[in-house]
Design a protein around this ligand. Structure first.
Ligand SMILES: NC(=O)c1ccc[n+]([C@@H]2O[C@H](COP(=O)([O-])OP(=O)(O)OC[C@H]3O[C@@H](n4cnc5c(N)ncnc54)[C@H](OP(=O)(O)O)[C@@H]3O)[C@@H](O)[C@H]2O)c1
Length: 316
């Protein structure tokens, strides 16, 4: 499979990365630790080289699972390990942005311990924090970079203005924005900006939180603690519209010997400005299905034009 460079960093990655938010259980209605470990193992065995996690995913649980799986696999140095900083939480699991220097310097040590490693390949500021100057946040990131604790610096959920303000104070190698067939706002300004400035991208929610796997129907129910229970995308007319589009995409995927989930993944990493598309998986079966795109691609440039037409006709 093709290998890509993440922006101006030295990091080389597969165009698909494994997302591990669901493995923490938080906001996904819970998750089994062993399922997460198995998903990581199969992804690595099938060729994925980038794993994305964050301290807030299950309040340490996702990072701990990633650390355990990589230890068992014994392949830390072959993996590009991406984690994040800048969110803190209290005992009631209330989350708050904090990109202050003290918080970042504390978080890196917690992440290194949970991940059972002594360096992070890509360290990303999770969300911009309007109460902390960019100079302070990026100063802390630069300190970690200069000390060799992190190999590249990234930001997530930043606007072009926030990227520009931050890049004055430290090298900025990557951006992590949302992007999938149904949510393409990032393609308007952010992705072209990243191409122009050699910033690598790790786009997230590739399957639109599972919608693009084609497994949901109008009757689907979500469990307590699953963010999709209250997400407007999974309600009313909007949900109906997405289901209709998934149905049309499913038919097109089948005509090419693919599934709609694989179509969504292949489409994403073939879009201009996308370096690596992050795909979440809660267990080995999901991970294996998603990884099959690494081995077999089914769509041509003309097919992607057709896919865009299908989406644009239905999604308003
Ligand atoms: N920086 C940020 O603010 C941010 C925000 C969101 C995500 N991310 C990153 O991006 C990654 C990917 O995004 P995401 O996990 O939110 O969403 P996603 O990739 O769009 O969807 C992942 C979910 O879809 C379901 N799924 C995946 N593969 C499947 C398959 N083959 N068959 C059936 N169901 C399948 C699973 O949920 P169920 O089994 O529960 O249905 C899985 O958790 C995250 O894990 C995280 O690393 C970052």
């Amino acid at each position: 499979m093709e290998i890509r460079t993440l922006g101006s960093s030295m990091l080389k990655v597969t165009p698909i990365g494994l997302g591990t938010w669901v493995m923490g259980g938080w906001m996904w209605g819970g998750a089994e630790e062993q399922d997460g470990i198995d998903a990581i193992k199969i992804s690595v065995e099938r060729g994925i080289t980038l794993i994305d996690t964050a301290p807030v995913y299950g309040f340490g649980k996702s990072e701990t699972i990633v650390g355990k799986a990589l230890k068992e696999l014994g392949c830390r140095e072959k993996i590009i390990l991406a984690t994040k900083c800048g969110l803190e939480w209290d005992d009631n699991e209330r989350v708050r942005r904090n990109c202050g220097k003290q918080r970042i310097l504390q978080e890196i040590n917690d992440s290194l311990r949970r991940l059972q490693t002594d360096y992070i390949d890509l360290y990303q500021v999770h969300w911009p924090d309007k109460y902390t100057p960019f100079e302070e946040t990026m100063g802390a990131m630069r300190e970690l970079y200069d000390a060799g604790k992190i190999r590249a610096i990234g930001v997530s959920n930043y606007s072009v203005e926030q990227i520009e303000a931050s890049a004055q104070f430290a090298p900025l190698h990557t951006l992590q924005p949302p992007f999938n067939l149904f949510e393409q706002d990032t393609a308007k300004e952010l992705l072209p900006y990243c191409v122009k400035h050699t910033i690598g991208t790790l786009t997230y929610s590739t399957l639109c939180s599972g919608l693009l796997t084609g497994k949901f129907t109008a009757k689907s129910q979500f469990s307590k603690g699953d963010l999709r229970k209250s997400d407007p995308k999974f309600k009313g007319e909007r949900f109906q519209m997405y289901l209709k589009a998934v149905d049309a995409l499913k038919k097109f995927a089948q005509s090419k010997g693919s599934t709609v989930g694989q179509l969504a993944i292949e489409w994403a990493f073939n879009q201009n400005g996308v370096t690596c598309t992050l795909v979440g998986a809660r267990n080995a079966a999901q991970a294996a299905a998603n990884c099959s795109v690494l081995e077999k691609q089914c769509f041509s440039a003309d097919d992607f034009i057709e896919i865009d037409k299908i989406v644009n006709t239905i999604i308003k």
